[in-house]
Design a protein around this ligand. Structure first.
Ligand code: PEP
Ligand code: MN
Length: 260
């Protein structure tokens, strides 16, 4: 609920007239984006999309091109995943966010994505930021792996327009208890400095399923404009990031608690 300590930010609208739009910031409520880490098959992305929509999510996530630490790990289904995301969007009406990792993919991604994700590993990829910015589509700009807030805002300037939503996803910390150190102080700082919405990714931010709910509530308390949560109908079977992926039941409980 709005209290005088929450920093007001401008609205960024995502989506289109046909399918409807979702707003971040402005007077919009705390938004929950959810879906699997990676798009795994046509059936699973449609099933998960329907499930997260029923649970109350307003937008679908799912990686088609995955920037994996190890070259031998699953790299995403690529163009096939984009086709499956389009079908999931058509069937559920949920706008889609998916990551672009190379300039050559931009046009294909833009045919599907309502919000184009720049991942942590590409936050410093200035040529990619410039090219993505030329589309004028809304951009979800994740914080770099150990980026300062100044560097993160610098990357936003490369995009060259204001349809940008920042995403705090933790920075490299010193403590192996969590995957990253989720820095919630960045939320009001970036909101104040840019006047733009900031959402939080408690999944990559902690790397732990059991911490997704508490850090979502913390994000809301600090005034974030939403969260992006990895969820799956069968979390343990997730091809990537199973440890941090929550079930649909957990997602539903989290959203229910937020709406109260
Ligand atoms: C993701 O959200 O799919 C992802 C790869 O996250 P990050 O770039 O924050 O590591
Ligand atoms: Mn992931």
């Amino acid at each position: 609920m709005m209290h005088p300590f929450i920093i007001p930010v401008r609205e960024v609208r995502v989506g289109n007239a046909d399918l409807g739009t979702v707003g971040f910031g402005g007077a919009h409520p705390f938004a929950v984006i959810s879906g699997p880490c990676s798009v795994e098959s046509a059936e699973s992305i449609v099933t998960i999309a329907q499930a997260v929509r029923t649970a109350g999510a307003v937008m679908l996530r799912g990686g088609a091109y995955k920037p994996r630490t190890r070259a031998g790990s699953f790299q995403g289904l690529g163009q096939k995943a984009l086709d499956y995301l389009l079908e999931a969007k058509r069937l559920t009406g949920l706008p889609v966010v998916t990551e672009v990792i190379e300039i050559a993919q931009i046009d294909a991604i833009a045919r599907v994505a309502d919000l184009i994700q720049i991942g942590a590993r590409n936050m410093y990829n200035y040529p990619l930021l410039r090219e993505v910015g030329k589309l004028g589509l809304p951009v979800l700009l994740k914080r770099g792996l150990s980026a300062t807030i100044d560097e993160w805002i610098g990357s936003y300037e490369y995009i060259g327009h204001d349809r940008v939503i920042f995403c705090e996803r933790g920075v490299r910390g010193f403590d192996p208890s969590t995957r990253n150190l989720l820095d919630l102080t960045s939320v009001p700082i970036v909101q104040k400095r840019t006047g733009l919405p900031v959402i939080v990714d408690p999944s990559h931010g902690t790397g732990r399923r059991d911490l997704v709910a508490p850090l979502t509530f913390a994000a809301e308390a600090v005034g974030a404009n939403g969260v992006m949560i990895e969820a799956h109908v069968c979390p343990d079977d997730s091809i990537s990031d199973a440890d941090q992926t929550i079930s649909i039941e957990q997602l539903e409980q989290i959203i229910h608690h937020i709406r109260r």
